[in-house]
Structures are given as C-alpha cells and as structure tokens.
Ligand binder design. Structure first.
Ligand SMILES: [Fe+2]
Length: 321
C-alpha cells in the first residue's frame, strides 16, 4: 500500500508541477528548475509527467525531456513487477512422515496481513479449495497493524470455513492490535466456526494439533508440554522459538512471520526478517531441527516492508502421514 501511495503522490505532483511550469512560462514568471522536473519523473512520477507534457504541450521538444517516455516505461515496468511479485499466488508442497496411519492434508495460510486476493478473496479461496484440505491452519498475522480493514480478513474466513475446518493462532500483529475492535473481529471468526488454538490443543485422533499464542512465545515455560503419546503438530507464529516448540513436544511445527525474508537471493536465502536480522537462519521451506520438522510459510502479505522479490506469496500444502 505504501508503494501505491508513493506512485499516486509523485504522479499527481509531477502533473501539477509540469502544468504550473507551463503556466509560469506563459506568464514569464520564475520557472520550476528542469532538474526538479526530471527528478520527479525519475522517482515515480513519469506517468503524470508524460500526461502533463502531452496535454499542456510542454517541454516536448527539449532533448532532456525526450527521456521522460523512457522513465514512463521503466515506471510502468516497475509497477507491473511489483504487482506480480506481491500478488502472484503460489502453492508449495511438503510431505512429512510422522507415523500417522491415514494421510492428512493440511493447507497452511500465514501472514495474510489483510492482503487482497480477488473479490471476496476468491483467488486465494479457489487455490485452497483445489488442494482438497482436511484442515486449514492459519498461523497468525491474519490482519495488519497498519491497514486494519478486518472485512478483507473476514472474507477469507467466511470462504475458508466452507472448505475445511479452520484452526487459528495469533501472530504479532494481533498482539499490536489488541483491543475492542480486535475482540469483535475474533468473535466474528468464532461465530463463523474458526477454532482458536492459542495455548491449547485438540486431539485429532491420530495426532495432536496444538498452538502457541504469540504472547506466550516470550514467556518460555509458562505452561507444561502437551501429552506426547501421539505425534504433535504445533502452530507457532515465529520460527525462532524452536527451543520452546521442542519443549512442548512438537514433532512438526508450522510457522510464518519471516515473509520469506522479503527478497530471496539465490544461494543466499531470504534477505531480512521482520526484526531486521539480515539473512535469518529460517526464511521459508522445510527445516529439520534435530528431528523436529519445521515448515515455514513465506506467507501471503507484507507489513513494514511492502516489497517481495523472487518471493511470491504462498499457501503451503502439507501432506502428513
Ligand atoms: Fe507477518
């Protein structure tokens, strides 16, 4: 969203100052410097600049300004690249063996951050439905502290509960947003049938499905490990608390939070975590931590850093047997 504001701002600004400069030229007033006009076009305002040049017949013959159409093409290419990298929804698959007699298909949805994937989240929901999941696990940050349109998240929930039972834990953005509005959003989720797994578990027959609340991640040892007689699949928003997950008896952990490190450099991994740790140990995929499996979703949306490169939004389909 921040980039959308950036482009809108600079294109409106470019259109206005190119128009003003034309009017100053006519009235023989002090002009806007050519350097400023070019700079505004370069940093994102090329569409507005080009529109103003054509409409006001301004600077169209000046050699320097013949570059504005080039900046226009670069700006449009960057916008398309941004949209493709942020909205091209992908599905990753993982196969995990825990000794469960009948295979369970889990679709993991993480870090939606109120990101928009079609009207009523139709694109996202269609991709989930195609996976024929037994359960859907939502591993936190379904909403975002900076754009709190809960309706977008609820559109996803309304569709998801029709596909399969939905299990949910909180992420750090829900903690940021704690208050009446979030409580009423949670009530709506519960009314729709979402099962909250914050610091609790459900015996699924062949395995235990458990969850850790975001608030409990930092109070290590606040509660006792789950009964470990069956394989334990544990939802925990942040991947860095592996010691806690092990203490709780997890055999498989589903996490999110790191957003794939925003920019994935081939051979090096994800560039930066939400805590601004560069090249964090975990950025996405399947990890084996001394026998405990960790599936880390790169997630769907963004928070502070609105840019994804080589890191498409994903849902993760996990076949567990
Ligand atoms: Fe997140």
């Amino acid at each position: 969203m921040a980039l959308v504001y950036w482009y809108v701002l600079f294109n409106v600004l470019a259109f206005v100052i190119y128009g003003l400069d034309k009017s100053f030229a006519r009235k023989d007033k002090r002009r806007v410097s050519e350097r400023t006009l070019i700079l505004v076009a370069v940093v994102g305002g090329a569409i507005g600049a080009l529109a103003a040049m054509l409409i006001f017949h301004h600077k169209t013959r000046k050699p320097k300004f013949k570059l504005v159409p080039v900046f226009f093409v670069i700006n449009v290419a960057l916008i398309l690249c941004f949209l493709w990298n942020n909205y091209h929804l992908t599905v990753s698959e993982q196969n995990i063996s825990l000794g469960i007699p009948e295979e369970v298909t889990i679709v993991q949805v993480s870090d939606l951050h109120n990101q928009f994937f079609g009207i009523n989240q139709s694109i996202l929901l269609k991709r989930i439905e195609e996976q024929s999941p037994d359960i859907i696990c939502v591993t936190g940050d379904i909403v975002d502290m900076n754009h709190t349109n809960y309706e977008i998240a609820l559109d996803f929930v309304r569709g998801a509960v029709k596909i399969a039972p939905v299990y949910y834990i909180t992420g750090n953005h829900e903690v940021f947003l704690e208050g009446e509005k979030l409580d009423s959003f949670f009530d709506s989720m519960k009314d729709l049938g979402v099962i909250f797994l914050d610091d609790t578990y459900v015996d699924m027959g062949d395995y235990i499905l458990a969850g850790v609340a975001e608030r409990s991640l930092v109070t290590f040892g606040a509660y006792e490990p789950f009964d470990d007689t069956k394989p334990v699949i544990l939802l925990g928003h942040e991947p860095r608390y592996t010691d806690l997950y092990r203490y709780l008896g997890a055999d498989l952990v589903l996490s999110g939070h790191n957003h794939g490190g925003q920019v994935i450099i081939p051979g090096k991994g994800g560039m930066v975590s939400p805590e601004f740790e560069f090249f964090p140990e975990f950025y996405g995929g399947l990890y084996d931590i001394d026998g405990m499996k960790l599936v880390l979703s790169r997630g769907l949306g963004n928070s502070v850093l609105p840019v994804r490169i080589n890191n498409y939004p994903e849902i993760v389909t996990i076949h567990v047997n």
